[in-house]
Each structure stands twice: as structure tokens, then as C-alpha cells.
Design a binder for this molecule. Structure first.
Ligand code: ZN
Length: 332
């Protein structure tokens, strides 16, 4: 079967499943091979007068959610809008722009990508199209990852998981570097950029909105068990300690799940402290990773709190083996 026909049959199948067969599709299936359908509007969550984000209800990409599974944010300043993460496709980026326009008629002048996972930056394409002069910032490690094929990997990932609903997304890398420690002034609003080394990835930036006492964390803390293959458990614990010292912050906005106060940071720290601490303890006692997993599951915090997070059941085993390998590496 030709790729074209294969795509069509895959699309036909999904269309039937979600009931599009009785609705007029936004684009004909033939067009989907060029560009996927528009993403339905996601409501905006207002945290403070200037700070907003789009809450993704699903923890994973699917054909039904068009690949919308992480939380882009934006801040309205007197000198325009700063967007933090742009979603995983051009269609998601276009939806964000539509929705931002319902809050302000100011243009988007800056974008910050919090890390190199594609659900946080592939929407850059839409922003560059709508605002040709927009400045897109990220840690230089993202540029490195993009040179090494992260864009192709993530467009492929998004496309496979959405039955090609993200088709048409052009890899649009950030061009301006932030390494942490910078202060960005936009009219009435001050942004502080925080970099804490390898945490969820080696490219994580947190964006503090000083006047609003709000911190956009990217994926450094979240109540979700998903992907630590690129990160560090010890690095995450160390980063959470630093965030815990920022007692002036009133709201932490995460890349996945609801925003919260310091409890979000505390939960993340406790989760990784138990996981990584126990892995180390049992490693020293000579246990292998699959023997360690049930012992970690028996911990009260895991039973009462973490076991309710999305992904816990099917991903905890991978987290334990990732932590096991990190612990082993730390010994040499
Ligand atoms: Zn991520």
C-alpha cells in the first residue's frame, strides 16, 4: 500500500471512531496529508491579571486531542505578549494565537521554549507565520538537540500519535539564547530566567514573572509520571530545593496538569526523593530494579499520592530503571 493510501485508511478509521463521519470535517482527508485539521479552542486559565495558561486535560497525545497534551502559557505586558511554550504542532500554535487575541489585541513579541520536548515548541511555526518579527528564546542546548534531529523525532512522534492531525508542522527552532540568570523587561513586567542544570532535560528554563509572583516551570515539576529518560532524579531534587527557597512565589504553572502553590514543588521533591533514595538503598543491598519496584510502590506517599497521577501504573517501572541507572552512574 502506498504511504498516501495508508494515511487515508488510517484517517478513515479515526474519523469513524470519533464520529466525524456524520460531521462535516474541517478539512477534507486529502488536505490532511498537507495540513492537519484546526485544533478546537482550549479555554484559557487565568492565574493573575497578567499570567495565563491553557490547561491540557489529557496527559498523552491522541487523535482525539489533536496532540494537545501540555500547557502553553502567556503573559500580557504593557509592551505585548510573551508566550511560554507553543504546543506540539502548527495547528496548536494557531489555536493559541486565536485564543490569546480574545484576551488582548497586543501582538506576541517574544516566545520562550522551556525545553526541547516537541510538545513545548513545535507550535513555534504558527507564531513565526503570524508575527514575523517575534523573538524565540531557549536554552542553547535546545538548538543543539534540534541540530541532532529533535525536530524530526518530535514531528514524527506527534504525527504517529495523532493519526497525522499535526501534518504540515515545519520544524521552527528558537534562535535566541537564554542560559539562566537573565532579566527581561517588557514595559510594566519583569521576567527572571532560571536554569538549574539537568532536571527534566538539560535544557529546562523556568520563567518567573516578578510582579505577579508566578513561576512557569515547564516540565521540571508535575504531578504526572511520563518521561525522565532525558533528565536527572538528583538534579530534579536539587532544583526543587531551590524552588522551595523561593517562598515569594504564589503560583507555579507546570507543563502538565493544574497549577498550584508550593505544594506542587513539594510533591515533586518527595516523589523523587523516595524513588531515588530507595533505589540507592536497595541497590546497595544488592537488589535489581524489578525487585525494587514493589518496595517503592509500598511506600505510603506512593500509595496515597503518586499512584493517582497519570502514567503512574505503566511508567513507574521505567522510572525505577532510569533511577537505577542514574544511581549506578553516580558511583563512578
Ligand atoms: Zn517534557
Amino acid at each position: 500500500m502506498k504511504r498516501r493510501d495508508l494515511l487515508k485508511s488510517a484517517l478513515g478509521l479515526t474519523a469513524g471512531m470519533v464520529g466525524f463521519s456524520v460531521m462535516k470535517p474541517l478539512y477534507a482527508a486529502d488536505d490532511w496529508e498537507v495540513k492537519g485539521p484546526a485544533v478546537p479552542n482550549i479555554p484559557i486559565t487565568k492565574v493573575t491579571d497578567r499570567c495565563y495558561y491553557f490547561l491540557a486535560k489529557d496527559p498523552e497525545p491522541s487523535p482525539e486531542n489533536f496532540g494537545f497534551f501540555s500547557n502553553p502559557g502567556f503573559v500580557v505586558t504593557s509592551e505585548g505578549v510573551l508566550v511560554i511554550d507553543t504546543g506540539g504542532s502548527v495547528q496548536i500554535g494557531e489555536m493559541l494565537i486565536r485564543q490569546i487575541k480574545t484576551v488582548t489585541d497586543k501582538p506576541v513579541v517574544k516566545v520562550i521554549n522551556t525545553h526541547f520536548h516537541g510538545d513545548h515548541w513545535l507550535g513555534n511555526h504558527a507564531f513565526v507565520e503570524a508575527y514575523p518579527n517575534v523573538e524565540i528564546y531557549a536554552h542553547p542546548k535546545i538548538m543543539e538537540q534540534v541540530k541532532n534531529g529533535a525536530g524530526e523525532f518530535w514531528t514524527g512522534f506527534m504525527s504517529r500519535n495523532t493519526n497525522n492531525a499535526t501534518a504540515g508542522t515545519v520544524v521552527t527552532a528558537p534562535t535566541k539564547e537564554l542560559v539562566g540568570g537573565e532579566t527581561i523587561k517588557m514595559g510594566n513586567t519583569t521576567f527572571k530566567i532560571h536554569y538549574m542544570g539537568k532536571v527534566h532535560t538539560d535544557s529546562d528554563l523556568a520563567v518567573e514573572v516578578v510582579e505577579e509572583k508566578v513561576m512557569y516551570l515547564g516540565d521540571m515539576a508535575m504531578r504526572r509520571v511520563a518521561n525522565m529518560a532525558d533528565g536527572s532524579f538528583q538534579g530534579s531534587i536539587d532544583a526543587m530545593e531551590k524552588f522551595q527557597q523561593m517562598t515569594h512565589i504564589k503560583a507555579f504553572i507546570t507543563g502538565h496538569g493544574d497549577h498550584d502553590g508550593m505544594a506542587l514543588v513539594n510533591d515533586q521533591k518527595e516523589f523523587f526523593e523516595i524513588l531515588y533514595g530507595k533505589v540507592g538503598e536497595y541497590y546497595d543491598a544488592g537488589l535489581s530494579d524489578f525487585e525494587i519496584k514493589p518496595k517503592i510502590e509500598a511506600e505510603p506517599f506512593m500509595q496515597k499520592v503518586a499512584s493517582k497521577w497519570p502514567g503512574y501504573e505503566h511508567t513507574l517501572g521505567r522510572f525505577v530503571s532510569d533511577a537505577y541507572q542514574e544511581f549506578e552512574r553516580s558511583l563512578f
